[in-house]
Write a protein that binds this ligand. Structure first.
Ligand code: HEC
Length: 169
């Protein structure tokens, strides 16, 4: 990839910056799909059974906010927004603010089924190394080691159901 020869800066005035923040804050998430699909329902059970939901928490409640549309809302982001030690396989050994070199923040999984629709061939995890959702799960280690092992040792059908559930989000 070639870099532009001249870096171009865009200087925002305060109002433009606030408008941008407002726009991003109020962007909607895509609706879930395949809600009644039996394989997806099975996958959802397996997701809880393998303890994925311990970090990828399905339901959160937002707090007060001056923007009414996002205040006190029940949302389904599938993240706890917290840092976890994900083991040496995912470590970049570069501490970043409060995150040690092995810690990553739980990715939100809402909308994940559309990742490759929006951008074909895009990868998963912090550096895009995983080409598929299966690969992303199999890179989990550290605090998520036992969940990863549960997924790895599931029957082929159960793994497919779990991945289909992820694709419905
Ligand atoms: C201990 C907490 C924890 C558990 C348990 C856990 N995850 Fe994760 N998950 C994470 C973190 C942290 C990341 C981000 C890692 C990174 O970016 O390198 C992540 C990333 C992912 C991603 C990639 C998302 C993306 O947009 O790139 C998928 C898919 C995923 N997890 C699914 C699962 C599934 C399925 C399970 C259960 C088998 C599971 N996770 C269990 C913490 C967890």
């Amino acid at each position: 990839m070639s870099l532009p020869s001249q870096q171009r800066w865009v200087v925002f005035d305060k109002q433009t910056l606030e408008n941008n923040v407002f726009y991003v804050q109020t962007l909607g998430v895509p609706a879930r799909t395949l809600l009644d699909d039996p394989q997806v329902k099975q996958g959802e059970k397996l997701f809880s059974g393998a303890n994925c939901a311990a970090c990828h928490i399905a339901e959160l409640r937002t707090g007060d906010d001056k923007v009414n549309a996002i205040a006190n809302q029940t949302i389904h982001p599938y993240t706890d927004l917290l840092l976890h030690d994900m083991g040496t396989g995912l470590a970049d050994n570069r501490p970043d603010f409060k995150a040690s070199g092995t810690e990553w923040r739980t990715s939100a999984l809402w909308g994940i089924g559309l990742t490759q629709t929006v951008l074909p061939y895009s990868g998963y995890l912090h550096d895009g190394r995983a080409r598929t959702l299966e690969e992303a799960i199999l890179w989990h280690g550290g605090e998520a080691e036992s969940s990863k092992e549960e997924f790895r040792t599931m029957s082929k059908g159960d793994r497919a159901a779990l991945v289909r559930f992820l694709n419905s989000l």
